[in-house]
Design a protein around this ligand. Structure first.
Ligand SMILES: Cc1cc2nc3c(=O)[nH]c(=O)nc-3n(C[C@H](O)[C@H](O)[C@H](O)COP(=O)(O)OP(=O)(O)OC[C@H]3O[C@@H](n4cnc5c(N)ncnc54)[C@H](O)[C@@H]3O)c2cc1C
Length: 516
């Protein structure tokens, strides 16, 4: 039997086995030489006091005990000649649905509008350098979906620990660091994600599944309320009776297509706002109560939330040591988001800061029915585009200037590569958003002294926090409420809000299909 021990130590001690094992041994009243093997099971930071503590749960084996690392085993069947299930989208939902189907003996046939990662990288560079947005290959579309060029944060509010562990183990099996298995707030990093995603694709192909890139779903063939096939690139028809639709929250053409076909959709709540960027040093000094962060501590994060005038105002997708990126999926849109490399070592800390959108905001978009929220998103993005500079140059304002409603004479350095342009964002953003953000930043400054500063900048706009539309499905069999054989899945369907929850949803949908 191996023994699990909880210890508290300094960041330096936690960084090295030879420093924390003596603490473990002392707690067990044994000599450190008796410990034959060890591994960390859990690691979290307690930064509430000036002396920062690291909580470690360590699994150890001693001379007289066995040490077995219990890993979940994944067995991918040969499904070359098995029953086919069509999946649209290679985001986490689509990829994890494919892997689970293979485990259950079904053959996934996956269609992706974008390109494989290596080619997608070239298009991403073009957005940053030349402001050219390819409508099928960008920060949201292409192999791996919206999560490939991201921070790769893997935490979720999901209470299903077993499912979360499975997803982390699968990512680890496909090349993600072991640390994602024990960190309280695991993340992979944008430089490491592509390798993991490519490895998942190889698993699918090796098992006999299919992955088709540059293959956009342009129609779903529905006869007598049943799916009978899909149209790809307006030409090829693929017959199918089971279709997992995992197209993500940015596939507006999918919502339009379903709406035109009178497939039931529902409006869903969402939030919009800006991205705020601080010097990472400042966030470190606030969160760790220090002048300079210890080399043994990661770039500090934060999580802020407040109810303001009846609506939630909150930080979203915080990226410590990261970059702000242009996440538009079509020309004439300005959308920003954030990503970080594994080391989170850029000099900037960025986060979305968003306000809940309510019916009140949608009055002028009522004619679009359930798509009103999506149209409001589009309008907000276009306003940002019109108030930015040429191409992807984004509108920006120093944070204190925004709160005080005054134009910034100059702007600080930013990680946003295409560049920023000073703009009176307090003036042109919708009042329901501006007023709450202004109040929110003041209140957040009470929680994090120094947060509200003119060394920080807001960049517009953060509009794609989640899908404004739900594609409703039955609770028991996950089929669309009226169209048989259609399985809405992941964030675009309104059933997930991040990499891990989308992956979990992909697995759940695959399990339902696999059981039949
Ligand atoms: C820059 C950025 C950073 C992010 N950072 C994080 C983070 O750190 N942690 C986190 O949890 N979440 C993060 N997110 C959100 C996360 O990426 C999404 O929640 C998640 O990817 C949703 O997974 P999904 O599979 O449901 O959809 P998506 O990942 O959006 O995948 C949908 C896929 O479907 C494809 N597709 C769309 N339409 C069609 C069509 N008509 N035909 C064929 N294919 C189609 C798309 O090309 C895409 O590959 C980030 C998002 C962005 C944009």
């Amino acid at each position: 039997m191996n023994i699990q021990v909880d210890i508290k130590c300094t960041p330096k001690q936690a960084s090295n086995e030879s420093l924390y094992l003596p603490i473990v041994a002392k707690q067990l009243k044994i000599d450190v030489s008796e410990i034959t093997k060890s591994r960390i099971l859990r690691k979290s930071i307690d930064a509430r006091k000036r002396d920062i503590i690291i909580n470690l749960r360590v699994d150890i084996a001693t001379e007289n005990s066995d040490f077995e690392i219990e890993k979940i085993k994944f067995e991918y069947n040969d499904v070359k000649n098995s029953e086919e299930v069509v999946i649209i989208g290679t985001g986490p939902a689509g990829l994890f649905a494919a892997l689970r189907l293979i485990e259950l003996g079904k053959k996934p046939v996956v269609y992706e509008r974008g390109k494989p990662i290596s080619e997608r990288k070239i298009d991403i560079a073009k957005i940053n350098r030349e402001s050219i947005v390819d409508e099928n290959s960008n920060y949201c579309f292409g192999e791996g979906g919206a999560g490939t060029f991201s921070d790769g944060k893997l935490y979720t509010r999901s209470k299903k620990r077993g499912s979360v562990t499975r997803i982390l183990e699968i990512l680890n099996n496909h090349g993600a660091d072991d640390s994602i298995l024990y960190e309280a707030h695991p993340h992979i990093g944008t430089n490491k994600l592509p390798r993991v995603i490519k490895s998942i694709r190889e698993t699918i192909l090796n098992a006999g599944g299919e992955v088709h890139f540059n293959s956009k779903l342009t129609d779903i063939i529905i006869e007598n309320n049943k799916v009978t096939g899909v149209e790809i690139n307006e030409s090829e028809i693929k017959k199918c009776t089971k279709l997992i639709l995992a197209t993500g929250h940015s596939a507006r053409d999918i919502y339009e297509m379903l709406y035109a076909k009178k497939v039931d959709l529902e409006a869903k709540s969402f939030a919009m706002g800006v991205r705020v960027e601080h010097p990472q040093k400042l966030i470190d000094s606030i969160q760790y109560t220090c002048d300079i962060r210890s080399e043994y501590l990661p770039a500090a994060t934060y999580n802020l939330v407040q109810q303001i005038d009846g609506r939630g105002v909150y930080s979203f997708c915080m990226c410590p040591g990261g970059f702000i990126v242009p996440a538009a999926t079509a020309p004439n849109q300005m959308v920003v988001n954030g990503m970080s490399p594994a080391k989170r070592d850029s000099e900037f800390a960025n986060s979305g800061m968003v306000v809940e959108v309510k019916d009140d905001d949608l009055k002028e978009f009522k004619q679009y029915g359930v798509l009103a929220g999506m149209k409001y998103q589009e309008y907000f993005e276009q306003m940002a585009y019109n108030n930015g500079g040429a191409g992807m140059i984004a509108p920006a304002q120093r944070l204190s200037d925004f709160v005080k409603a005054r134009i910034s004479e100059s702007l600080p350095k930013t990680s946003y590569h295409p560049g920023i342009l000073t703009s009176p964002m307090h003036h042109w953003m919708p009042e329901n958003i501006t007023k709450r953000l202004q109040k929110g930043f003041k209140l957040f400054n009470n929680k994090m002294r120094g947060y509200l500063t003119n060394d920080a900048v807001i960049i517009g706009v953060e509009s794609r926090t989640s899908s404004p539309v739900r594609i409703p499905r039955n609770k028991d069999n996950f089929e669309h409420i009226t169209v048989k054989g259609l399985y809405p899945c992941g964030e675009g369907a309104g059933y997930a809000g991040g990499i891990v929850s989308a992956a979990i949803d992909g697995e759940r949908v695959a399990e339902i299909i696999g059981a039949n």
